[in-house]
Design a protein around this ligand. Sequence first.
Ligand code: SF4
Ligand code: SF4
Length: 70
Amino acid sequence: MYIAIVNWDKCTGCRDCIGSCPVDCFVMEDGKSLPHLASHCIDCGSCLEVCPEDAIAISIGWGGRGGVFR
Ligand code: SF4
Ligand code: SF4
């Protein structure tokens, strides 16, 4: 299982990750990207490529909820 995590200290809310994700993992909340479907991640790498702030991490086999790091 892969889980997407966003570091809200780094996220500028540019929305680039939202359009890049094939499983619509991300939505905007309070001007930041929230991976509300974090556990739907298929580890395609698209969001990691497009994020200009290096704010996204993909965890493998973590077993937690994913979500937001701040
Ligand atoms: S790695 Fe791919 S599937 Fe996973 S959250 Fe990023 S864009 Fe979505
Ligand atoms: S691409 Fe990066 S900086 Fe832009 S909204 Fe997504 S997580 Fe935030």
